[in-house]
Write a protein that binds this ligand. Sequence first.
Ligand code: PBG
Length: 324
Amino acid sequence: MTFPAVRLQRYRQTPQIRKILAETFLDVRHLIMPLFIREGIVDKKPIPQLPNIFQQSIQTLLPEVERLANLGISTLLLFGIPLEKLPYPIGAFSKIGIIQQAIRLIKQEFPKMIVIADCCLCEYSADGHCGLYSNGQWMNDQTLELLKKIALSYAEEGVDIIAPSGMMDGMVRAIRQGLDEQGHTMVSIMSYAIKFASNFYGPFREAAGSVDVFKGDRRHHQVAYTQKKESIREALLDIEEGADYLMVKPGLPYLDILSELRSKTLLPLAAYQVSGEYAMIKAAAAAGILDEAAAFEETLIALRRAGADFIITYYADVYSQNIQ
Ligand code: PBG
């Protein structure tokens, strides 16, 4: 049957009917809030390219986590900014490193908060590379040893989920082995399985303090945005290596990848709405071009519709505030 007997507009007549028919939901439980914690500052520091987002200090961290917890946010993704970026980035796995301290404090005060910690060298190394890099040579396998150390140092402080973001070959296997050997069998791994060499990470690099130090590009380890089959292979390999969660990053320009991956795996999937995506909507809203809340809602729903169980977004707190 078709028109005139069939009229799809019958489904859309009233807000009540539209609501009972809504197929895709977005709830605060689906949202993960990124947090930047910077060593050596006292007050929180604004990040000009990321309006409303701050670098927190170890002193401002707990009040901020309390604010987020009160909004119903259950999951945080931590990034650390050390005092010094060193050629051999020992700050990344030091017992007194900024992230190790942050995990310890959060888990002490808010044991129910789910803490994910980014596991990469780029915030800690003098050259801003995600892996060890020497004489123009990429040292993937040596980097794996370091990633293991970082992951272990997080696990010792009680992290729930380790998120390796450097796109090193074999990183999930190495971290799983490292954790299991030391008895941390219940610590999970969320792999940044498909991380594209994207132009949308700019504001993050400012937030993580890697703009000045990093002169290269990340195309020898991140996936080119021309690559669909290769990107899906990345994810399938991470599943074989033992990933518990997979992430696709950035979000909106990669809905096709998310949707394809959704059909290929039963693992929980996260999408990362990255800094450039956030900044873009904020800028458009500031210029009076878009309704900020409505535009964010639409992008977040689109990510869920494409197959994301979770969304990492700098808008998590404001979204939660709005729905309370
Ligand atoms: C690297 C990392 C990056 C982001 C998260 N982890 C930046 C990069 O690869 O250059 C970007 C996140 C964002 O833009 O919001 N450890």
